[in-house]
Design a protein around this ligand. Structure first.
Ligand code: GDP
Ligand code: IMO
Ligand code: MG
Length: 427
């Protein structure tokens, strides 16, 4: 049996959590492979709504083993807050496994994330302020703290001493902040060691052995293709690999074992934070999409920027990730519009671009070339099959599919787990 990746095809918040949850009862493991508590995945099951940040959405499926992979950065306080919150609501979290090689987010990195943004001023990224960027930077710089180190106080203390020599210079001399102390940092991390210890293992070994036994592993991305540190709209990106390649490095599962990549794509586009966004709407239509789609960040509560569907970035995501199936989400939000425009290409200084411009300056100047599709007024939230959709909604889906580089295998028509039209069985 295969490993399957679920990735975001736009700038995040496409509905990855709902899609992962939907497939939860068909898979044995759900793995978060990148990012940290910058993510916010909302899952609605009946009258219950869950907002997950650090835990993979598979945690909501009884019997499915949730795994935090080596590519994740872990805020330990948030991890246990989330576990306790779910346990209090009757969710069993006892199967959770955490990679010994995932890095921890220490307090100095949360401080540095926030203060760096303040110093950047108008050049800020609009980060979630969770310490994600500085923690990945430490990992690359080889001064990070892998989870395994918190079980050895001597090694932990040595590493914290080493990293604080540098961090405290930056905190105090550049940013005029208080320095962090070795004792307090070590104490804060050690506080979680006992509870964490039984969950920690070689998750790469665990997952590969599961695949050897014929079990199914679902890899759930945080963030999305256009926020990927390599393939996104740099520097307005997150600091991890959110694409299909990252699913391998962030989990320890080799590429040949992954035979399906499910791209989650919203029927329009949203973005949180700064950075270019060609189809962004600053008019009443943008406000309409925000209101009807409830487009406010799950993590920071910030209003999401909204715009029309952009087939150029969908094609790009299909290519970068090798998308085999798209899940088109939130089609219901487009109900009630006279016409629904779709961006088919960009005009950059008089030159037509059918593919993503390689140069970020060109992308900043990209003007969408739209094709308009007639809208529909019928309520589609109870549709169970593709045939149940009104003709104009069907035509919109078929047109978007043709432009986006992979088949659309499922369509979201509401937030609930059941509000999904399955066109081709996903697993
Ligand atoms: P993620 O970060 O990709 O998991 O997405 P978020 O959970 O941050 O944002 C997606 C939002 O849309 C959540 O509030 C979901 O409950 C909701 N949602 C997902 N699919 C659908 C859909 O098909 N229709 C509607 N109306 N809402 C949806
Ligand atoms: P999910 O998994 C949308 C954005 C932030 C900011 C940039 C960098 O719910 O789709 P960071 O804190 O990661 O250094 O911020 O990335 N961002 C997200 N936007 N959905 C997310 O996650 C995001 N995670 C980070 O708004 O622009
Ligand atoms: Mg989200």
């Amino acid at each position: 049996m295969p490993a399957i990746a679920i990735i975001g095809a736009q700038w995040g918040d496409e509905g990855k959590g709902k899609a992962t949850d939907l497939l939860g009862n068909r898979v044995d493991y759900v793995v978060k492979f990148n990012g940290g508590n910058n993510a916010g995945h909302t899952v609605v099951i009946g009258d219950q709504k869950y907002a997950l940040h650090l835990l993979p959405s598979g945690i909501l499926t009884p019997g499915c083993t949730p795994v935090i992979g080596n590519g994740v950065v872990v805020d330990l306080a948030v991890l246990f807050e989330e576990i306790d919150g779910l346990e209090a609501r009757g969710v069993d979290t006892s199967l959770l496994k955490v990679s010994a090689n995932a890095h921890v987010i220490a307090d100095y990195n949360r401080s540095l994330d926030k203060v760096t943004e303040r110093f950047l001023g108008s050049r800020r990224i609009g980060t979630t302020g969770r310490g994600i960027g500085p923690t990945y930077a430490d990992k690359m710089n080889r001064v990070g703290i892998p989870i395994q180190d918190i079980f050895d106080e001597k090694i932990l203390t040595q590493k914290v001493e080493g990293v604080l020599e540098l961090k405290n210079q930056i905190l105090t001399k550049i940013y005029n902040r208080r320095s962090a102390t070795v004792e307090q940092t070590v104490e804060e991390l050690l506080a979680f060691a006992e509870r964490l210890h039984p969950m920690v293992c070689d998750t790469g070994l665990l997952l590969n052995q599961a695949l050897d036994r014929g079990e199914t592993v679902l890899l759930e991305a945080g963030q999305a293709t256009l926020l990927d540190v390599d393939h996104g709209t740099y520097p307005f990106v997150t600091s991890s690999s959110a694409t299909a390649g990252g699913a391998c490095t962030g989990s320890g599962i080799p590429p040949m074992r992954m035979d399906q990549v499910i791209g989650i794509v919203k029927a329009y586009t949203t973005r949180v934070g700064e950075g270019p966004f060609p189809t962004e709407l600053s008019d009443d239509f943008g406000e309409h999409l925000r209101k009807v789609g409830a487009e406010y960040g799950t993590t920071t509560g910030r209003p999401r920027r909204c715009g029309w569907y952009d087939s150029v970035i969908a094609r790009y995501a299909a290519r970068v990730n090798g998308v085999t199936d798209f899940v088109l989400t939130k089609l219901d939000v487009l109900t009630g519009l006279e016409k629904v425009p779709v961006c088919v290409a960009y005009d950059v200084n008089g030159v037509r671009h059918d593919e993503m411009p390689v140069n970020q300056s060109d992308f900043h100047h990209a003007v969408p070339i739209y094709e308009d599709f007639p809208g529909w007024w019928e309520d589609i939230s109870a549709a169970k099959t593709f045939e149940d959709l009104p003709k104009n909604a069907k035509d919109y889906v078929l047109a978007v599919e043709k432009m986006s580089g992979a088949r659309i295998s499922a369509i979201g028509v509401g937030p609930d787990r059941d509000a999904t039209i399955v066109v081709h069985e996903l697993i």
